[in-house]
Ligand binder design. Structure first.
Ligand SMILES: *[C@@H]1O[C@H](CO)[C@@H](O)[C@H](O)[C@H]1NC(C)=O
Ligand SMILES: *[C@@H]1O[C@H](CO)[C@@H](O)[C@H](O)[C@H]1NC(C)=O
Ligand SMILES: *[C@@H]1O[C@H](CO)[C@@H](O)[C@H](O)[C@H]1NC(C)=O
Ligand SMILES: *[C@@H]1O[C@H](CO)[C@@H](O)[C@H](O)[C@H]1NC(C)=O
Ligand SMILES: *[C@@H]1O[C@H](CO)[C@@H](O)[C@H](O)[C@H]1NC(C)=O
Length: 219
């Protein structure tokens, strides 16, 4: 079901191109963060609530003590500026969402000074467990928004999990009601190149179903 068609990929390119100014109606987003083989899976949800965005992490598998390079530190995760790319590497997501030039590492005594996208810096790393799952994590982040601040909105972003700095899994942050209505294809060079690659098709069709693709990439 994941490998649909080049048509699905073109539709994905079309809806990305169709993305415009976020509307105030946006309330919910989700990111299925994993690697290509599905060895690591964490589902993230982002819900608009009083005072910010309620972020929930559900650890389905893979983030184990055996895998963690620095077991005490655990896994870092961030919102990155760009979606998972046509070559479906986590590198395509570029850097952390940081429109106000916040600093890293995050000073937890004053999170206003931190990078908006540095979720683990602000709220703590994912602590590995023996079996790779972890108890649900949730918190309200008052810097996040679907519509504000300028250039810092959550739409069109991605979530990346790191293991001692190395990007091990990523997934697009798919926001309901944003850029998911237009399905006409839009040709662009990146799409044409990616269409010959079955895993790139995975990215396209997965995005259409609200699911995402991922991979193991070094920084
Ligand atoms: C945030 O989400 C969690 C579940 O993920 C829920 O238990 C909690 O009540 C939510 N908080 C608010 C303020 O909605
Ligand atoms: C952040 O830094 C960049 C590059 O130095 C600069 O162009 C931009 O105006 C800064 N943004 C803010 C909000 O300070
Ligand atoms: C917290 O950080 C912000 C942004 O860097 C800064 O303007 C503010 O003065 C800091 N507050 C404290 C108490 O240090
Ligand atoms: C973990 O990251 C640190 C800092 O980048 C690096 O010096 C160290 O070699 C890494 N550990 C492993 C086992 O890769
Ligand atoms: C598209 O947005 C609507 C809300 O406008 C939402 O109900 C629906 O689930 C979204 N579809 C996808 C595939 O994200």
């Amino acid at each position: 079901m994941l490998f649909k068609s080049a048509t699905a990929l073109l539709a994905f390119a079309g809806l990305v191109a169709a993305q415009g100014t976020p509307s105030a109606d946006l309330k919910h987003g989700a990111a299925h963060v994993t690697n290509l083989n599905g060895d690591f899976i964490v589902d993230f949800t982002f819900d608009k609530v009083e005072g910010g965005i309620n972020v929930t992490l559900t650890g389905l598998k893979g983030l184990s003590t055996a895998m963690a390079i620095d077991k005490a530190a655990g896994y870092q995760y961030h919102i990155h500026t760009d979606p998972v790319g046509p070559n479906y590497g986590c590198m395509a997501t570029n850097g952390h969402l940081n429109p106000f030039n916040g600093t890293a590492p995050c000073n937890t005594a004053n999170v206003t000074s931190c990078e908006i996208g540095d979720l683990s810096g602000k709220h703590g790393n994912i602590v590995p467990t023996a079996d790779g799952t972890f108890s649900t994590i949730h918190y309200i982040d008052n810097q996040l928004s679907f519509t504000e601040p300028a250039n810092g909105a959550l739409v069109g972003r991605s979530v990346v999990i790191h293991n001692n700095g190395t990007r091990i899994a990523c997934g697009n942050l798919v926001v309901d009601g944003y850029g998911n209505t237009t399905t006409t294809g839009g040709a662009n060079p990146a799409t044409t190149t990616a269409a010959g690659n079955s895993a790139a098709k995975l990215v396209g069709s997965a995005a259409l179903t609200g699911v995402v693709a991922l991979f193991m990439m070094a920084l």
